[in-house]
Ligand binder design. Structure first.
Ligand code: CAA
Length: 387
């Protein structure tokens, strides 16, 4: 596997790094403290092609690859993890499945708008009583003469308060168990629902520990009627759509974690060279050097895992296990690195005057969304045992 970046990948990364330094980093603390939605940054990310990175230009995307997407996600998230996840949800959890499973009409109308940044998408899988065990969702879609009626609620929907479309998953067949088949398979289907569809509503944004600028909310479907053309993929195959989508999404979250860790390491290095104790910069103390060494080593290891998963996705290889490994390791690494960054900063690290406390709060969610660390371990073990 070749980890050398092409000229194009380096250019894309440098463009993102420059944009993040100029337009995002100076606002990151204010976005975190105010909890405001960074509308102007999202607009510019759209103009740069960052909202539909791996979608062909014919459908409004940038026509790049998954490794470029991982590179940009890391740069954007290093500046502001909220902006990172807003971007990641639109790219991985919305545009990618519409491109892979959507009809030509859905691609023409919806994908083109969302990949170019004119509109925004979100992904509705999780429910109040079904997160990790996603199959057990209680949202139902009932067949009618000319379409479907969706009833249920989805929560923690990142981008939900602002998204123009939701890709939502519902049960479309729930056979009753009988003696011959005590455990019949529930079948799910994916639907594309535009905001404004009667019966589809959003609650106010959630209050969270971190990623304050990335708004999420509960959404409700109350007798929400959608036409047959709203189905994404095949009826009854929605769970596979969701799982295949998360294989890509986990690369995005792993990259977000890389960005948070990189930002934590960078500020720690700078601080360690400046701050003095016992007559010397603290960078000269072996205790600090060991922390910095561990942070850099773990960050590099996580980056290699993430890039491997992205390269496999680009070569159309099944990457379920590799994405889960990348997401598991990178997210737990980001929390450890941000934890050490606070330690290096001492009391100042605990203050909101310095960015490391934000990195620490932002890192934590990467161990939870798009499958907790425990779910990643289940996915990895299932792949190991199947082999
Ligand atoms: N690709 C394609 N198909 C897949 C697949 C994949 N990666 N993984 C599973 N499938 C298929 C299986 O082949 C199987 O198909 P058949 O029924 O035809 O045999 C079907 O899906 C069911 O698979 P499992 O039996 O493995 O399913 P399970 O019920 O045991 O659960 C799980 C699997 C891995 C635990 C899954 O429920 C899971 O990933 N849970 C976590 C959910 C999650 O990540 N939620 C995140 C929400 S989105 C979010 O967080 C967004 C945000 O805020 C940023």
């Amino acid at each position: 596997m070749n980890f050398d970046l092409t000229e194009e990948q380096r250019l894309v990364r440098d463009t993102a790094r420059d944009f993040a330094a100029r337009e995002i980093a100076p606002k990151a603390s204010e976005i975190d403290k105010s909890g405001r939605w960074p509308a102007e940054i999202i607009k510019k990310m759209g103009e740069l092609g960052f909202l539909g990175m791996a979608i062909p230009e014919a459908y409004g995307g940038a026509g790049l690859d998954s490794l470029s997407y991982a590179l940009v996600m890391e740069e954007i998230s290093a500046a502001c993890a909220s902006c990172g996840v807003i971007m990641s949800v639109n790219n991985s959890l919305f545009c990618d499945p519409i491109y892979k499973f959507g009809t030509e009409a859905q691609k023409d109308e919806v994908l083109r708008a969302c990949a170019s940044g004119a509109k925004l998408g979100c992904f509705g899988l999780t429910e109040p009583m079904s997160g990790s065990d996603a199959q057990t969702m209680s949202t139902n879609a009932t067949k009618t003469a000319d379409g479907w009626v969706i009833d249920g609620a989805k929560n923690w929907i990142t981008n939900g308060p602002h998204a123009d479309y939701i890709l939502v998953f519902a049960v479309t067949s729930r056979p009753a168990p009988d003696a011959a088949n005590p455990n019949p398979k529930i079948k799910h289907t994916a639907f594309l629902v535009p905001k404004g569809t009667p019966g589809y509503t959003q609650a106010s944004p959630d209050h969270k520990l971190g990623i304050h600028g990335a708004h999420s909310c509960t959404v409700f479907f109350e007798h929400c009627k959608v036409p047959e053309s709203a189905v994404v993929g095949k009826v009854g195959e929605g769970f596979r759509v969701a799982m295949a989508t998360l294989d890509g999404g986990r690369i995005g979250i792993a990259s977000q974690a890389l960005g948070i860790a990189k930002a934590s390491l960078d500020v720690s290095l700078a601080y360690a060279k400046e701050r003095k104790s016992f007559g010397v910069p603290i960078a000269q103390h072996q205790a600090i050097q060991f922390m910095l060494s561990d942070m850099a080593t773990e960050l590099d290891a996580a980056r290699l895992l993430t890039w491997r998963a992205a390269l496999m996705k680009d070569s159309n290889e099944r990457h379920t296990m590799q994405s889960a490994e990348a997401k598991l390791y990178a997210s737990e690494m980001a929390t450890r690195v941000a934890h050490k960054a606070i330690q290096i900063h001492g009391g100042y690290g605990y203050s909101s005057e310095f960015p490391v406390e934000r990195h620490y709060r932002d890192a934590r969610i990467t161990e939870i969304y798009e499958g907790t660390s425990e779910i990643q371990r289940i996915v990895i073990a299932a792949s190991l045992l199947k082999a």
